[in-house]
Design a protein around this ligand. Structure first.
Ligand SMILES: [Zn+2]
Length: 54
């Protein structure tokens, strides 16, 4: 499933959501940190590198 990147306009928190195409578009995305729905989607191509660090 595609990963969507979002950036909160209220607190600048960047987060990702994995949504199916049907979920995307009808889901109200809220910031996981401040619960604001003033989030902006960041258009990202498929990132192959993971942000995980060991
Ligand atoms: Zn926020």
């Amino acid at each position: 499933m595609p990963t969507y990147e979002y950036e909160c306009q209220a607190c600048n928190k960047k987060f990702t959501k994995i949504l199916s195409l049907s979920e995307h578009g009808k889901e109200k995305i809220a910031c996981p940190k401040c619960k604001s729905i003033k989030v902006k989607q960041r258009i990202s191509t498929f990132t192959t590198k993971t942000s995980r660090k060991s």
